[in-house]
Design a protein around this ligand. Structure first.
Ligand SMILES: Cc1ncc(COP(=O)(O)O)c(C=O)c1O
Length: 149
């Protein structure tokens, strides 16, 4: 995993997200902001650790959440946000991460559907930030990982 100090291989992308949430200290009853538009595993992982998924809408003109739609879902109970990079279009992480840091919210990136380079920063999507999950799948094999900086 480029730019990471540590990487952990797990069975699939769902487990990667659940482990990431657990490692981030998300506990039963905490709220986790997740995109309204994503694969079901993003939501299931939150329920696997007993937390409550709270939907954030896609940003206007795109498929991903952004800082503004994250802000609408943010409450005092929000412990983490899962930013999902969809369809080769990376989430604008800097403003979202800044807002999360302001509120003490942990950012987890779900890069299961994102393998192209982050055009805005010239680095692989999700690299250099605290926690990401990636799932690289093919017909006969599966490989997943969580990584912590
Ligand atoms: C956005 C997203 N997150 C997580 C997953 C879960 O990955 P896996 O199927 O390896 O459990 C997928 C799978 O398609 C996905 O599209």
């Amino acid at each position: 995993m480029a730019g990471c100090k540590h990487a952990v291989g797990v069975g699939n992308g769902l487990d990667a997200l659940a482990f990431a949430l657990e490692a981030a200290g998300v506990r039963p009853g905490d709220e986790v902001v997740v995109p309204a538009h994503t694969f079901i595993a993003t939501w299931t992982a939150v329920r696997m650790v007993g937390a409550v998924p709270v939907a954030a809408e896609p940003a206007c003109g795109g498929y991903n959440i952004d800082a503004a739609t994250f802000a609408q879902a943010l409450t005092r109970r929000t412990r983490a946000v899962v930013a999902v990079h969809l369809y080769g279009d990376p989430v604008a992480m800097e403003p979202l991460s800044a807002l999360a840091a302001e509120h003490g919210v942990i950012v987890i990136e779900d890069a299961a559907r994102h393998t192209v380079r982050d055009a805005t920063a010239g680095r692989p999507a999700a690299s250099g930030r605290p926690l990401r999950s990636a799932s690289i799948r093919a017909r006969t094999w599966a490989r997943s990982a969580t990584a912590a900086r």
